[in-house]
Ligand binder design. Structure first.
Ligand SMILES: Cc1ncc(COP(=O)(O)O)c(C=O)c1O
Length: 417
């Protein structure tokens, strides 16, 4: 076996994986039409492109009333504010996700309470969530992470027993289904990011799926500088401008035409990856829950056993990357993000409630181990490059295994320097 590319050898793959986002003449035409129409922005909300995208997005996900916003962080803040959740209230968030999930809670003035994730899925552990509930807990934000979905049966039970609002963070789960129900339509709200790396993108953008038209009206007011959107009472709210623009929505409408075929292809290649990875020693495939009936996903996550590989996930990602395989360790455990450290953050919530942010007293072992030792996130582009795209990942992992002693030795001497 030749030397690892990380140690000066020849990479397994030199051909780049396909670019993202993809586009064709339809995107150019759609944007051109909006430019010519003169109605570029999001005011008055909703414009024709926005209304169409909202309707079609909700239809694709299989329910809810969609309000279109600037990104997939304000969507969660707006959902909380639409439920009057704010100062001093507690909101449960998973310990392993992007910091936006918890930052949105603080932007609403509430306290993010971090709970550990499940070993088999790296999504919120419902048992850990249950033990974090206090009389101040008002909402729970499960994140459907990578290619997984949180256990929505357990989370909805927990929420109904404790009177909690459920906001599904579906930034990674466009098109995914749990027991045949679309992600984001199971809880009270579903929050989607359309940022450029996401599998449905408008460059930037977000969708909030609301369970009822009344919630949707409140959300629409909050994103439209407080203008009333309820037909009857015409109530102003303390809103801001979080509207999506017509240019973005036009891209979304074209993206929706391609999405079903892309999702099907990704799902098939993910199943192929499951099979192939199951043969690689030291690799743990995350749980394939039978209730996760449609597996539309953002990135593919697996766990490595450092006892077998002799190095951790960061070193493996480095070595894979040098072999031409795009991947990352992705997220820190939530309590390690600087944003939440009271001494480093000037945000109101950590400063006002320092005891709730004393992370020296907290530990989230599954999330910490995922982040620092085990989790490898494979980029989505790998799943658009046919079987060869997946086969190259497997070949690269075998190459790392064959050269693990050399890699461990090189890592050690690098760390000692
Ligand atoms: C899990 C998760 N939640 C929320 C967000 C925030 O989305 P946006 O960047 O659109 O604000 C992201 C974005 O990357 C994410 O990965």
């Amino acid at each position: 076996m030749s030397d690892l590319a990380a140690l000066g050898g020849t990479p397994i793959r030199t051909e780049p994986y396909p670019d993202w986002p993809v586009y064709d003449e339809r995107d150019i035409q759609a944007v051109t039409d909006v430019i010519k129409s003169g109605r570029w922005g999001g005011y008055p909300y909703p414009g024709p492109q926005t209304a169409e995208f909202a309707r079609r997005f909700a239809e694709m996900q299989g329910g809810g009333y969609a309000i279109l916003m600037a990104n997939g962080t304000v969507t969660m803040e707006v959902a909380l504010r639409a439920m009057n959740i704010g100062w001093r209230d507690e909101v449960l968030v998973p310990a392993y996700t992007f910091q936006a999930t918890a930052a949105a809670v603080m932007s609403a003035g509430a306290i993010p309470v971090i709970v550990d994730v499940d070993y088999q899925t790296f999504c919120m552990d419902p048992k850990a969530a249950l033990s974090a509930i206090t009389p101040q807990t008002k909402a729970i934000i499960p994140v459907h992470l990578g290619a997984e979905m949180a256990d929505m049966d357990a989370i909805m039970d927990l929420a109904s027993q404790n009177n909690l609002v459920v906001i599904e963070d579906c930034a990674h789960a466009h098109g995914a289904k749990w027991c045949g129900k679309g992600a984001g339509t199971i809880g009270h709200f579903g929050s989607f990011s359309l940022q450029s790396s996401k599998t449905l993108t408008t460059g930037e953008g977000g969708v909030l799926l609301c369970r009822t038209p009344e919630l949707a009206d409140r959300a629409a007011s909050l994103i439209d500088c407080g203008r009333p959107h309820d037909k009857a009472e015409k109530i102003y709210t303390m809103g801001a401008n979080y509207r999506m623009t017509e240019l973005q929505a036009a891209l979304g409408n074209v993206g929706l035409e391609r999405f079903p075929e892309q999702a099907k292809q990704r799902e098939a290649m993910a199943a192929y990856m499951d099979e192939a990875l199951s043969e690689v020693p030291g690799v743990r495939i995350l749980k394939r829950d039978a209730r996760h009936t449609t597996r539309s996903f953002y990135q593919y996550v697996f766990a490595i056993d450092p006892g077998v590989f002799k190095v951790n996930n960061a070193v493996i990602c480095y070595a894979l990357d040098k072999e031409g395989i795009p991947c990352d360790v992705e997220y820190e455990a939530m309590h390690h993000y600087h944003l939440f450290q009271p001494k480093l953050s000037k945000l109101a919530v950590p400063s006002a409630f320092p005891d709730r942010f004393d992370f020296s007293k907290m530990s989230f072992p599954v999330a910490e181990r995922a982040s620092e030792v085990e989790a490898v996130w494979l980029e989505e582009s790998i799943f658009r490059a046919g079987q060869k795209g997946v086969d190259d990942v497997i070949r690269a992992l075998h190459k790392i295994l064959d050269n693990r002693d050399k890699l461990a030795e090189a890592t050690k001497s690098f760390q000692e320097k």
